[in-house]
Structures are given as C-alpha cells and as structure tokens.
Design a protein around this ligand. Sequence first.
Ligand code: PRP
Ligand code: MN
Ligand code: MG
Length: 179
Amino acid sequence: MEHVIDRVLLDETALQAKVQELGERITRDYEGKDLLVVGILKGSLLFMADLLRAIRIPLEIDFMALSSYGSGASTSGEVRILKDLDQSIENRHVLVVEDVIDTGLTLNYLMDNLKSRGAASVKVCTILDKPERRRVAMTVDYNGFTIPDEFVVGYGLDYAQQYRHLPFVAVLKREVYGG
Ligand code: PRP
Ligand code: MN
Ligand code: MG
C-alpha cells in the first residue's frame, strides 16, 4: 500500500484506544436503556464491529444503506434509503454509527427521519469528523477524532470502493485520486 499512501494519519493503536474510550462512554450513558445500534453501510463497518465489542451492556444491532447525493457542487441534500431498518424504533434509544461526518447532509437527513419514527432518542457516534466541510449545523454526540479536510481512506473509508479494509486511516497520495 506504500505506493498509494502519502502518510498514516491515525494508526491502529490510536484508533483502538479511542474506540475503547467511546465504548466506555456509551456503556455508561446507555446503562438500563433499550439500545439499538445502527450502522450506516458501508463505511461504518470496521468501526461498528470494533465499537460493539467495547460496549458492555445489552444491545441490538441493525443497518441502513443510504444513496449518496452525488458529487455535484449544488446538492440538495436529498438522501434516499436503499436499505431500511428491519424493525420499528418507537420508544427505543437509537445510536447511529458513522465512519465520517463530512458535509453533514447524510446525517442531517437521517436524524430527522429517525426522530420522526418516534424513537426515544437518536444520537450519533462517528470515528472521524471533518468540520471544515460542514454544510449543515450538526450536533455530534460522540466523536473519535476531528481531522483536517484531506482525502483519507481506511478503517471503512473508501476511494472508489477501495482501501476500506486498511486497519488505519491514511491520507491518499494526490496522484491516486487526481486531486
Ligand atoms: C460517506 C461516509 C458517510 C457520508 C458522510 O458515505 O461514509 O456516510 O459519506 O458524508 P456527508 O457528511 O457529506 O453526508 P458514502 O456515501 O461515500 O457511502 P459509503 O459509506 O458506502 O462509502
Ligand atoms: Mn457512508
Ligand atoms: Mg464512500
């Protein structure tokens, strides 16, 4: 991978330490509550799997897949649900798990959508946050790392569907994505 990676931004040790910390906070905050952890496919996959193992209370898991709104400069923020939850979330405490919050458009739509279904609470946990790119104001309940606006891959994040499996977060070389 050395030929495509400019530098490692967050190594495996740093990621895993942060995941443990987030898992402990979530464990404390949701003790005694009916918790449903919802992973957003596909980016959340690696973080979701690690985070779940760090949460020490009963919980259920589910997944959603959302259409990306495209790469056009003037996106409407319109998001389509490609795979919905398998169950009702009425009166349940929902924790949405994401790999990265960028413009915030995906989550902004999703949080409103889930709240309208009568959930007891809807919160979000992301391993990465890129606030410089935000286009809608957004409360991030649990954040692993705030990162600069650079093209990063790994730990679930892709470039053209590649590099998701890397156990670290790295900045891609410019020549790879033609930036
Ligand atoms: C990426 C990322 C987040 C979303 C963040 O998903 O995994 O879900 O974009 O962007 P936003 O804050 O600007 O809405 P993507 O649509 O690329 O799908 P993927 O998870 O399958 O890679
Ligand atoms: Mn995603
Ligand atoms: Mg993607």
